[in-house]
Design a protein around this ligand. Structure first.
Ligand code: FES
Ligand SMILES: [Fe+2]
Length: 312
């Protein structure tokens, strides 16, 4: 599909109607989505607890890109493109590791944890190592959550940080650890997954277990009173009663979306466990279960569900 055809399709899209099927199926539109949306947005790469020691790294792989997320110093995390500056080979080939130097196995060039070239055998004296290094992309750590952005000049992350500070602080997500990881590959275009996440109209029929405990699965009018109770209890539980929604068209800058929204749990559930009973010690500075759950969103496609004792 040509650029002109795609533009015409966008211009002809009716409001509040499903997108034309080409938006889900056309390979050129998919490439354009990657370039214009994902390569310019803040993306969640992992949690700082996955790289506790200096030299620890893991790979974040997305579209055709591979990024080394490395703890370069006690208080520094870097995101380096996993592309050797010699002949473009992958430098790290395992999913994670720990090393003082990142060594490419092809011809042995080695980089330090900042990505600077440290060793390249048989190069002439005129070869200037200092001018060569793994390409660094932008990385930010928000309460332990590592976000990266491939853009040269990404949307300002400080507005995300400032906008979420009061809401997130009590949970102290920087003190949490990854307890379990589960992937659900979806054989569909990414827009279907996002559209699905953005509505809970399907929750009651499609997720009976979720609907047992979560007010979001039910009409607002049925849970309004409970919502007010959760908000009234927030302060006593050490939580914020603020809600912010700066997603998509309301984002402060492209790709720097954020939202923090609370809603009530129902049937006396206090957390997201199957029976609604506590699962773990309360997070951070949370003093008690307030009967609510929190939807956290950062960037256009990172969603988390924060309960008082764990995060999904
Ligand atoms: S491609 Fe990495 S050292 Fe040659
Ligand atoms: Fe669902």
């Amino acid at each position: 599909m040509t650029e002109q055809e795609i533009r015409e399709l966008v211009a002809g899209q009716a409001e509040r109607q499903a997108l034309a099927s080409a938006f889900y199926r056309d390979p050129d539109i998919y490439e354009r989505d990657i370039d214009r949306i994902f390569m310019r947005s803040w993306l969640y790469a992992g949690h700082q607890s996955e790289i506790p020691e200096v030299g620890d790294w893991f790979l974040f792989e997305f579209a055709e890109e591979s990024v080394i997320i490395v703890r370069s110093a006690e208080d520094e995390i870097n995101a380096l493109l996993n592309v050797c500056r010699h002949r473009g080979s992958r430098v790290c080939v395992e999913q994670k590791g720990c090393s003082k130097l990142l060594r490419c196995r092809y011809h042995g060039w080695s980089y330090d944890l900042q990505g600077r070239l440290r060793a390249a055998a048989h190069m002439p004296d005129s070869f200037d190592r200092s001018s060569i290094g793994l390409k660094k992309i932008h990385a930010e750590v928000l309460d332990g959550l590592i976000f990266i952005n491939f853009a040269e000049e990404p949307g300002d992350f400080s507005s995300v940080r400032d906008g979420l500070a009061d809401c997130l602080r009590p949970y102290r997500l920087e003190d949490t650890k990854v307890a379990h990881r589960q992937s659900y590959p979806i054989a569909a275009n990414w827009k279907l997954a996002v559209e699905n996440y953005c509505e809970c109209y399907h929750c009651a029929p499609a997720h009976p277990e979720y609907s047992m405990g979560h007010g979001l699965a039910h009409e607002d009018s049925r849970t309004e009173e409970l919502y007010q109770k959760v908000m009234a209890r927030a302060g006593a539980c050490g939580l914020s009663d603020k809600a912010v929604n700066r997603m998509y068209l309301a984002a402060p800058a492209f790709g720097a979306d954020f939202a923090f929204e609370r809603y009530p749990l129902i049937r006396d559930h206090v957390t997201g466990s199957e029976d609604g009973k506590p699962l773990a010690p309360l997070l951070g500075d949370v003093k008690d279960y307030d009967g609510g759950a929190t939807d956290l969103q950062v960037g256009p496609v990172t969603y988390a569900l924060i309960y008082c004792d764990h995060v999904v």
